[in-house]
Design a binder for this molecule. Structure first.
Ligand code: BGC
Length: 743
């Protein structure tokens, strides 16, 4: 039987292969469909369910429970995909079991969380987004795919597209912040970067847009907690990045852990079928998150796991990650007539199609190649890109009296803080196969830049998160004898990411006390932040001379930070998320509504008694070592018709004395709508470079689609009426004009 199957497959492969590879994207053509069907015809129900089952190996731990029999399941043909297994050698070994020991020899699909690099680690995704550089983001995904596929992987569980307005939620580190438009742009760049235009190429992999949907809106910022938002908010704020990923051809979608409208996302027919398949025409496959079918039982939505499986498959799930619910119950449910085998066939076809597209039936070992692994991973080019990408992700939050850049001839630096000489945290959470012992510390980076020219007086001063103050004395001593203090503070890498919510988002431990004591010395004090979320920084902002937000910068962290501290690179990052003044302001986001009582100095208006409404640093904010001037906005017309376009331009001038890059941002506000509209919404941006004194005109073109939103009937429509249009350097620092949209 096995020989017969292989013959059929090979026949098809030989006849169709070349033509397929020339095709764009992965969309199924008739011949692939035929090959899939002929294989499906040979499969038993058990073998089909195997293809719908994904188990973790024991190489990495990314969830609450493991199963020890994944190897036996591979040998029995009862699992079609494995995650948390990589390296050419290990994937080849497991693949051999599937291909040589099972009846049909169907190759395994290997998935992994390749989120911000595979071996060469880039900044955490929040930092990547702060570059506002979609070309670079795409390139980072391309490099990640190249490294990951060389280690036997076919499928990444990325990009993570969960818009969030809550920095208490640890997974804010893994996404692109608070804005649907910006996150949608990142979605497109990342899907293109991972998948390229040929899934059959050896250096591309399946992307997985996750977690559908609204996982970024848990109550009180606590991970996995209930989500309760309106469908309008879902469609306007949380779904656009997923829609963009589907439009871009994302091969797979992952469900979310949370409930929405009282239904766990993994059991939501609305999300997984009505919207994803029927509205968006998605034709890849849907995988659950880790045991999220089983979790429908504690959610209180399914009576038991068997019932949960039935709900999941009927909602639109194709593959069960780690829960073994399909594995344990689906065959019985078919016998009992609870589940129609045709639904199983449809899911299996979607999954097998991807295996064909990847070329696994040509050669199941093609990705598990030790030679490619040795030559393509952590190359000099990849590290050079990582360094440039990292420095582009940094956001200069404050720079009083041009404290930065530091002069080349600075005599001595007091380098203080728990992150000044730390390697472990630099690669952040979800760092795939990244090896932190290869990462460059800040201390090393400054040493690499300055050699013996500058004395580095290092003191740890404090730990990240305890109350040990015994290092303060030494820190103050080295600070007193140095020209400038560089204080590197922040969070542990695992204080953000999954299951890492914080109720207090100030600097952990006694780091801020250490800062206060250093401030009293009256020396120039530069704070370098490493953290996975916005922190509350009012005191730091009031008292530091300069603040550089570096997120978790990845493998080349220290060199990249030194590039910026000494001005080899002029910072150009902008915040993809608002930084609150106080945790009590959360959720705080720039694209909020106006309310019926917008804030004035009078009592009965929408405000706090103790904190301003505004953030400390707004969305889109970030300084440069140079300055930019914005002209007034020019519109090509003041009235735009529904089928017309509107062109808006500004001239941006570099008014300083060094080259710099600026992210020019365009926002709109519709003044009156059939439902109330946000006070600002990002609708475009351009990153431009300008030499000293240089000016550039920046043009944006809007169509009705840029002005449209999901209305109360869930229809995506633009409505005639008056608009404000803003262009500027952040969501707050803008020029403003108006126009009207007519029928
Ligand atoms: C996470 C997913 C991840 C999966 C596999 C889950 O806990 O929520 O984002 O892809 O584990 O590691």
């Amino acid at each position: 039987m096995k020989i017969r199957t292989l013959l059929i497959i090979l026949l098809f492969v030989a006849s169709c292969n070349m033509a397929d590879r020339e095709r764009e994207g992965w969309f199924v053509d008739a011949r692939t469909e035929k090959r899939v069907d002929s294989l499906l015809d040979l499969m038993t129900l058990e073998e089909k369910i195997g293809q719908m089952t994904l188990f973790t190996s024991d190489m990495d731990v990314t969830g609450p429970f493991m199963r020890d029999h994944y190897v036996e399941s591979i040998r029995e043909g009862r699992v079609g995909a494995i995650f948390n297994a990589y390296t050419a050698e290990f994937t080849r070994k497991l693949q051999q079991m599937a291909v040589e020991e099972t009846r049909l020899g169907i190759p395994l699909l290997f998935g992994y969380d390749v989120i911000h690099g595979h071996r060469t680690i880039f900044p955490i995704p929040l930092g990547e987004t702060a570059t506002w550089d979609m070309q670079a983001i795409k390139e980072s995904a391309r490099i990640a795919a190249q490294e990951a596929t060389a280690e036997g992987l076919h499928w990444t569980f990325a990009p993570m597209l969960d818009v969030t307005r809550d920095p208490r939620w640890g997974r804010i580190a893994e996404g692109s912040g608070e804005d649907p438009f910006l996150t949608a742009e990142v979605a497109r760049a990342k899907v293109r970067g991972y998948q390229g235009d040929d899934l059959g190429a050896l250096n591309t992999m399946l992307a997985c847009a996750k977690h559908m949907a609204a996982y970024g809106a848990p109550q009180a910022g606590r991970d996995y907690h209930t989500v309760d938002i309106s469908e309008i908010t879902l469609r306007n704020k949380f779904l656009p990045p997923f829609k963009a990923a589907v439009e871009e051809g994302a091969a797979t979608i992952m469900t979310a852990f949370n409930e929405l409208f009282g239904v766990p996302a993994t059991g939501s027919r609305l999300l997984l079928t009505d919207i994803l398949r029927d509205e968006w025409n998605f034709n890849g496959f849907v995988v659950t998150d880790y045991t999220s079918i089983n979790e429908m039982v504690p959610h209180g939505f399914a009576r038991d796991e068997k019932h949960a499986g039935e709900l999941a498959i009927h909602a639109g799930v194709d593959m069960d990650m780690q829960g073994a619910v399909f594995h344990d119950y689906l065959a019985v449910q078919v016998e009992e007539g609870i589940v129609d085998e045709a639904i199983i066939d449809r899911a299996v076809k979607r999954i097998l199609t991807m295996k064909f597209e990847l070329g696994l039936f040509d050669d199941p070992y093609r990705y598990s190649d030790p030679e490619r692994e040795a030559s393509l991973v952590m190359t000099e080019e990849n590290l050079a890109f990582a360094r440039d990408f990292a420095r582009r992700s940094f956001v200069l939050l404050k720079n009083e009296n041009n404290t930065l850049p530091l002069p080349d001839d600075v005599g001595s630096i007091a380098l203080i803080g728990p992150l000044a000489d730390n390697q472990r945290e630099l690669i952040g959470s979800w760092s795939a196969a990244g090896d932190y012992t290869q990462s460059v510390t800040l201390r090393q980076g400054i040493k690499n830049r300055q050699g013996n020219q500058t004395r580095i007086n290092y003191a740890r001063g404090a730990n990240i998160d305890d109350d040990d103050r015994t290092g303060f004395g030494e820190a103050l001593r080295v600070a007193a004898m140095s020209d400038v203090i560089v204080l590197a503070v922040g969070e542990y890498a695992l204080q953000s990411g999954e299951a890492a919510s914080r109720a207090d988002i100030s600097l952990p431990g006694v780091q801020e006390e250490l800062f206060d004591q250093l401030v009293r010395l009256g020396k120039p004090l530069v704070v370098v932040l490493m953290n996975g979320r916005p922190l509350t920084l009012e005191n730091i902002d009031a008292n530091a001379c300069a603040i550089l937000e570096t997120w978790f910068p990845g493998t080349t962290a220290g060199d990249a930070i030194a590039d910026v501290l000494f001005g080899d690179y002029n910072p150009s990052g902008k915040l993809p998320v608002s930084f609150p003044r106080h945790v009590g302001q959360i959720p705080l986001f720039y694209n909020h509504k106006n309310t019926g009582r917008p804030k004035t100095e009078f009592k009965f208006t929408s405000k706090y008694l103790d904190v301003p409404n505004s953030p400390l640093y707004p969305f889109g904010y970030g300084l440069s070592y140079t300055t930019f001037d914005y002209s007034e906005i020019t519109l090509d017309k003041n009235e735009m018709s529904m089928d017309g376009t509107l062109r808006a331009s500004v001239t941006v001038t570099n008014t300083g004395n060094r080259f710099g890059e600026e992210v020019v941002q365009l926002y709109i506000r519709q003044l009156v709508g059939s439902i109330t509209r946000p006070v600002k919404e990002l609708k475009g941006f351009r990153k431009i470079g300008l030499g000293p004194g240089e000016s550039k005109e920046v043009d944006f073109e809007l169509t009705w689609k840029d002005l449209a939103f999901y209305n109360a009937d869930n229809k995506f429509r633009a409505e005639p009426g008056y608009f404000h249009l803003f262009i500027g350097a952040s969501s707050e620092e803008v020029q403003k004009t108006r126009f009207v949209l007519t029928e």
